[in-house]
Write a protein that binds this ligand. Structure first.
Ligand SMILES: O=C(O)CCC(=O)C(=O)O
Ligand SMILES: [Fe+2]
Length: 280
């Protein structure tokens, strides 16, 4: 990076000729563009900065100019919209509850490490449910861990919690610190591929703390996750990334259903951890 103000006109021309200067930018607006850009040419010399590469501009926090680099500007703009979705203070629900998406809490390598541990060191079992009086065994596997041997009932089946593994305790701490909440148990789900999902439901079981936060940590294949309002039927959906955290709290479970839709496009496994607070 070199400021135009630090160069004479002869030096500038020479550096451009030698390809030591290839791009220009505006230090105040943090925008970069081509050396031929018309709006770039209009800026005051003291605001102009030069870069040898686009990478150098990007690395220093400059964004592409909408005039001379419209394609790159569009990509940057949509990336920006995407990152707004990971604004953890934004409520994804329009009413009657709070859902915050924190985005990736872990680096990809850290998330890979936990995915491996979870796949191999968890006491996975096929889930059982009683639906319309019939006993159903799911393809999806589940496991339940907690502070002590809680008994927990859902879909008319009762499970007893195992005690935390070292990895689960590390993840529980991470989630508690990020969300400023506390949890005493965790329900884990293993979806082997996109043929497995979870139908519309809410996590309003009576053993759960009323309106307590539920923290959902995802590993492995990215999957769509959706909410549907019980009365108005409005829906909200998002993609849960590898190593990402989603928090559902307040009245969410009373007014909204959620699900993990099946998809034929996903061939890889996904592990989801929902940290909860059991009161019984
Ligand atoms: O897999 C998920 O993301 C959600 C799991 C879920 O909703 C649940 O365990 O109650
Ligand atoms: Fe759920």
């Amino acid at each position: 990076m070199i400021k135009h103000a630090h160069l004479s006109e002869t030096e500038t021309r020479k550096l451009i000729k030698n390809a030591a200067i290839c791009w220009g930018g505006n230090v105040r607006l943090k925008i970069y563009g081509t050396l031929r850009c018309r709006s770039g040419k209009r800026m005051k010399k003291e605001n102009r900065i030069f870069f040898v590469s686009e990478n150098e501009a990007l690395k220093n926090g400059y964004r592409p100019c909408a005039h001379c680099l419209p394609d790159r500007y569009y990509t940057w703009k949509t990336m920006d919209l995407f990152s707004n979705d990971t604004d953890k203070n934004r409520n994804l629900l329009p009413k009657d509850g709070v859902v915050n998406y924190y985005g990736r809490l872990l680096l990809p390598a850290e998330a890979d490490h936990y995915l491996e541990k979870l796949l191999h060191h968890i006491n996975w079992r096929h889930d059982e449910a009683i639906i319309f009086g019939k006993r159903i065994i799911t393809d999806r596997k589940v496991a339940w861990y907690g502070d002590r041997e809680f008994e927990y009932t859902y879909s008319k089946t009762t499970k007893t919690a195992h005690s935390w593994t070292p990895e689960l305790l590390e993840l529980k701490k991470l989630v508690e610190t990020a969300s400023n909440e506390t949890f005493n148990s965790c329900l884990l789900n293993l979806y082997h591929n996109g043929n497995e999902g979870m139908a519309w439901h809410s996590d309003g079981e009576k053993d759960l703390k009323k309106n307590g936060a539920i923290a959902s940590l995802s590993f492995g294949a990215e999957r769509k996750f959706a909410f549907k309002h019980k009365k108005s039927k409005e829906t909200v959906s998002l993609v849960l990334q590898h190593g990402s955290l989603l928090i559902m709290k307040d009245e969410t479970q009373t007014h909204w259903l959620h699900r993990l839709p099946k998809t034929k496009f996903v061939k890889k496994p996904r592990v989801n951890l929902t940290f909860r607070t059991i009161t019984s």
